[in-house]
Design a protein around this ligand. Structure first.
Ligand code: NAD
Length: 243
């Protein structure tokens, strides 16, 4: 059986990815930072459906926790076939008002966390000579979001990192791709008012907010053999908002 690790999978997009990959036959490690209960709920849903899943506590901003999650998975399941670096946090406001702590926490979680997870999983995948990595950027990493400058920087960094890593890992049979969601209806957007949400949807050519499943479907395709000639790409899942 193939194994997948998804960081930040207790809710939102990560949860949808975990459930989708389990349906594709992967044993999934549901990485979580804060809520073991919610992560376990995701696992229970998967197990009830006949799949294999377990929750693993991993704050991606702490390298030792990332190492431990990868090591645990490799030891228990023998291989790591897919990794989705999904964990992320938003940071909103004028740059001039940001504290040092907010800046460093956003970078450490979104960018360093992604890089560390890819490094640790990459060590296993390169020795296996197989594997698939999908990173999760954002449309703001492509075009920059006002009052989301640091978040945009981390997500732009993820795109450059993913393209570079794809070139580095390709010869070893490991593909690296990136999904770039637009506006997806999850807790990360809980700062938005109802009016904000309506205004955003009015701008979206496909006339609706994205759902976590929209992103999960794109991730599952990138990981699948149907995308076996696809690496180093950024797949936008944004309803046509950013082209
Ligand atoms: P969410 O807030 O529901 O989920 C984020 C997940 O990351 C949560 O489970 C959270 O606990 C986890 N997390 C936060 N800090 C962590 C840490 N240090 N270590 C491990 N896990 C941590 O939001 P979401 O929309 O599901 O976000 C998933 C990813 O999608 C994020 O990287 C986000 O930046 C990206 N994204 C979301 C949108 C959107 O509109 N929802 C758009 C573009 C990109």
């Amino acid at each position: 059986m193939k194994t997948a690790i998804i960081s930040g999978a207790s809710r939102g997009i990560g949860k949808a990815i975990a459930i989708t990959l389990a349906k594709e036959g992967y044993a999934v490690i549901v990485g979580f930072c804060h809520s073991r209960d919610k992560a376990q709920e995701v696992c229970d849903l998967i197990i009830k459906d006949g799949g294999i899943a377990e929750a693993y506590k991993c704050d991606v901003s702490l390298a030792e926790e990332v190492k431990a999650m990868v090591e645990y998975t490799k030891t228990k399941y023998s291989s790591i076939d897919a990794v989705v670096a999904n964990a992320g946090i938003g940071a909103y406001g004028m740059l001039i008002d940001y504290s040092d702590e907010t800046i460093m926490n956003t970078i450490n979680t979104n960018l360093v966390g992604c890089i560390t997870l890819c490094r640790e999983a990459g060590r296993v995948m390169l020795s296996q000579k197989s594997g698939n990595i999908v990173t999760v950027s954002s449309m703001w990493g492509q075009v920059g979001g006002s009052c989301e400058s640091v978040y945009s920087a981390t997500k732009g960094g993820i795109i450059a990192f993913s393209k570079a890593l794809a070139k580095e890992f390709a010869l070893s049979g490991v593909r690296v791709n990136c999904v770039s969601p637009g506006y997806i209806d999850t807790d990360i957007n809980s700062n938005l008012t109802q009016d904000d949400k309506i205004a955003i949807v009015e701008e979206i050519p496909l006339c609706r907010a994205g759902m976590p499943q929209d992103v999960a479907n794109a991730v599952a395709w990138l990981i699948s053999d149907k995308a076996s000639y696809v690496t180093g790409q950024v797949l936008s899942v944004n309803g046509g908002l950013i082209i």
